[in-house]
Design a protein. Structure first.
Length: 208
């Protein structure tokens, strides 16, 4: 009986662990004195996790040779993507809750922009965003990341391109080449490292 109970217990724990790994990973979690968040391996489209110490310098001051790009597709609030699939949503991450400028084709934030510390009508509403980064095997990996927004054009939105996640650098290049999105480099450079799913899931979910 004890063996049967133990076997059943192990099986249930295994299923719970599998369910946690299979569920959508969205939002930041806090663990000890670090913050973790999901991201995407831009070579494969697979989910990975990033870790940022609470007191990491922001913005980071890194030699340009030690900086790699982080592509951040920002999906308009009219997108039909399930927001729970995105790395971040406006309520569960502390960054890029809106586009900090009006963007053609995106709903204008109006007075809600002031909630994010921006002038009225000075932002564009999004349902969320993803973080596309290189991992060591891609050859474009560093601890310092330069944020490049991927903003959909009115043509891309009309064609339905914003209803599909861009999960690889090939996807981003295709969107830009077709005129469905543009890359908007930002002055933001920040430090983070790749961590395990266990660290992410052991953290406390954050809300904003």
């Amino acid at each position: 009986m004890h063996r049967s109970f133990l076997a059943a217990f192990v099986m249930v724990v295994g299923l719970v662990g599998w369910a946690a790994d299979a569920q959508a990973q969205s939002g930041q979690t806090a663990f000890a004195k670090v913050t973790t968040e999901p991201a995407v391996d831009l070579a494969t489209g697979n989910t990975i996790f990033l870790l940022t110490p609470d007191k990491a310098p922001f913005p980071a001051k890194a030699n340009p040779r030690a900086v790699a790009p982080l592509y951040l597709p920002a999906y308009p609030s009219t997108s039909t993507i399930n927001p729970a699939l995105l790395n971040c949503q406006p309520h569960n991450c502390d960054h890029v809750n809106v586009l900090p400028f009006p963007a053609p084709g995106y709903p204008n934030g109006g007075e809600s922009c002031t909630h994010w510390g921006l002038p009225a009508n000075g932002c564009a509403l999004i349902i969320g965003h993803d973080h596309l980064v290189g991992v060591p095997h891609t050859g474009d990996f560093n601890i310092a990341w330069h944020v490049i927004l991927v903003v959909f054009t009115p043509e891309g939105i009309a064609a339905g391109a914003s209803n599909h996640r861009a999960l690889t650098i090939t996807d981003v290049a295709s969107l830009v080449t077709s005129g469905y999105a543009t890359e908007v480099p930002t002055p933001i450079v920040f430090n983070c490292s790749i961590t395990s799913s266990a660290v992410y899931y052991n953290g406390t979910p954050l809300s904003f």
